[in-house]
Design a protein around this ligand. Structure first.
Ligand SMILES: NC(=O)C1=CN([C@@H]2O[C@H](COP(=O)(O)OP(=O)(O)OC[C@H]3O[C@@H](n4cnc5c(N)ncnc54)[C@H](O)[C@@H]3O)[C@@H](O)[C@H]2O)C=CC1
Ligand SMILES: O=C(OP(=O)(O)O)[C@H](O)COP(=O)(O)O
Length: 339
C-alpha cells in the first residue's frame, strides 16, 4: 500500500484524501489542519489521523473533539508521498520540510512550475513522472486544456490553439472573495498563465490564452478554437472525445446549456460532492469550420485535478508504468465513468 499524507486539507486536499482512500493500492496515513473546523471534524469521521503544524494548538483541537496524532513533521516521516494542498504560494515554503524528510511531494497549480521542476497531466506525461521526488499537478483550467488538446493533437495535429477562460470568482463556500458585480480581467494582460502553463506539459503546442473572472462559483467555462493540421469532421472529433475516459460530452438531449444546470445534473447523478472530474464538453457547440475546431467546455475547478493527483502518486511510486492502467485504476476505484 502506498502511504499518502495530505498537507493542507482544504478544497482540493479533502477531495484528494477521499479519492486516495478509495484506491486499492493507497491509504491515507494522515491529514494536516491549522485550526479546528468543520472540515477537521469530517476528517475525524472519515478516520483520517489529524496532524497539526503548531502543536501549541493541540488543546484547542482536543476541546473541539478532534484528537491530534502529532506534528506535521511526524506525519511526513510516516508517508511515502505528501500531497500539498495548501494555498498557492504557501506550498513552496513547505519544500524545505519535504527535502529534510526525504519524502516525495506533489504541489498544486497555485505554485510555480519551478517549485517541483516538473508539471503533470496523466494523459500527457505520466511516464515522465515515474520515480520523481517532486511533481506539480497543473491548475484546474490547465488540466482541462491539457486533456482536450493532447487528444486532438494526437489524432489530427494542432497548428495553434486560442482559448478564452471565463473563470469562477471563488469556490462556493468561500465567503470572503468576489467579484460580486463585475467582470474582471484576470489578468488584464495577454496571455494569461494558462497557455505558458500548458507548455510546461505540452511544450510544442502553439497556444495563447485570455482569462477573466465573473461572479459565479460553480465552474469555469472555456471557449476554445484549435486550428488542425489534418482534415477532421465534426463526427470524428466527437468520436475521440467520446472515447476519452476523462472527457465527457454533454448531450443536446439533456438541454443543459449552463454550468448551473450541469452542476445540478452531476448532483442528481449522485457523484460525491457533485464533483465533475471530467471536462464537460458541450456537444452542441463542437463545430468544424474549415480546419478550425470550435467548442465550449465546462471545468469543475474543485474536482478535475483530484484524479490527476492520484495518478501522479502512482507514477512517482513507479510500480504502475502504463498511464492508461493507472487512469483506469483511479477511475474505477471512484466508480467514475465520464459523461
Ligand atoms: N480550489 C480550486 O478551485 C483549485 C485550487 N487549486 C490549487 O490547489 C491549492 C489549494 O487550493 P484550495 O484547496 O482551493 O485551498 P483552500 O484554501 O481551500 O485549502 C488550503 C488548506 O490549507 C490549509 N493551510 C494553510 N496553510 C497551511 C500550512 N502552512 N500547513 C498546512 N496547511 C495549511 C488551510 O487551512 C486550508 O485547509 C492551491 O495551489 C490552488 O491554486 C488547483 C485547482 C483548483
Ligand atoms: O487553478 C485554478 O484556476 P486557474 O487554472 O485559473 O489558475 C483554481 O480555480 C484556483 O483558482 P484561484 O486562484 O482563483 O482560487
Amino acid at each position: 500500500m502506498i502511504k499518502v499524507a495530505v498537507n493542507g486539507y482544504g478544497t482540493i486536499g479533502k477531495r484528494v484524501a477521499d479519492a486516495v482512500a478509495a484506491q486499492k493500492d493507497m491509504e491515507i496515513i494522515g491529514v494536516s489542519k491549522t485550526k479546528p473546523s468543520s472540515e477537521a471534524l469530517i476528517a475525524v469521521q472519515r478516520g483520517y489521523p489529524i496532524y497539526i503544524a503548531d502543536l501549541s494548538k493541540k488543546d484547542a483541537f482536543e476541546k473541539a473533539g478532534i484528537p491530534v496524532a502529532g506534528s506535521v513533521e511526524e506525519m511526513l516521516k510516516k508517508a511515502d508521498v505528501i500531497v500539498d494542498g495548501t494555498p498557492g504560494g504557501v506550498g513552496e515554503t513547505n519544500k524545505k520540510l519535504y527535502e529534510k524528510a526525504g519524502v516525495k511531494a506533489i504541489w498544486q497549480g497555485g505554485e510555480d512550475h519551478e517549485v517541483a521542476g516538473f508539471s503533470f497531466n496523466a494523459h500527457a506525461n505520466y511516464k515522465d513522472a515515474i520515480g520523481r521526488q517532486f511533481v506539480r499537478v497543473v491548475s484546474c483550467n490547465t488540466t482541462g486544456l491539457c486533456r482536450v488538446i493532447k487528444v486532438v493533437d494526437d489524432a489530427f495535429g494542432v497548428v495553434k490553439v486560442r482559448a478564452v477562460m471565463v473563470r469562477r470568482g471563488a469556490d462556493p463556500h468561500v465567503v470572503k472573495k468576489g467579484p460580486i458585480d463585475a467582470v474582471v480581467l484576470d489578468p488584464p494582460t495577454i496571455p494569461s498563465h494558462h497557455g505558458p502553463d500548458l507548455n510546461t506539459v505540452l511544450p510544442h503546442i502553439n497556444i495563447v490564452t485570455m482569462a477573466m473572472i465573473v461572479p459565479t462559483t460553480q465552474m469555469h467555462m472555456h471557449a476554445i478554437t484549435m486550428e488542425l493540421k489534418k482534415d477532421a469532421s465534426r463526427d470524428e472529433i466527437l468520436a475521440i472525445m467520446r472515447k476519452h475516459n476523462r472527457i465527457g460530452l454533454i448531450q443536446p438531449k439533456t438541454a443543459i446549456k449552463s454550468t448551473a444546470e450541469l452542476k445540478e445534473y452531476v448532483m442528481d447523478m449522485g457523484r460525491p460532492r457533485s464533483d465533475l472530474w471530467e471536462n464537460g464538453v458541450f456537444e452542441a457547440s463542437v463545430n468544424m469550420v474549415g480546419k478550425e475546431l470550435f467548442f465550449f467546455q465546462a471545468i469543475h475547478q474543485e474536482a478535475d485535478v483530484v484524479i490527476e493527483n492520484v495518478d501522479a502518486i502512482r507514477a512517482m511510486m513507479g510500480e504502475v508504468k502504463d498511464p492508461e492502467t493507472s487512469i483506469r485504476m483511479t477511475n474505477e476505484a471512484l466508480q467514475f465513468t465520464a459523461l
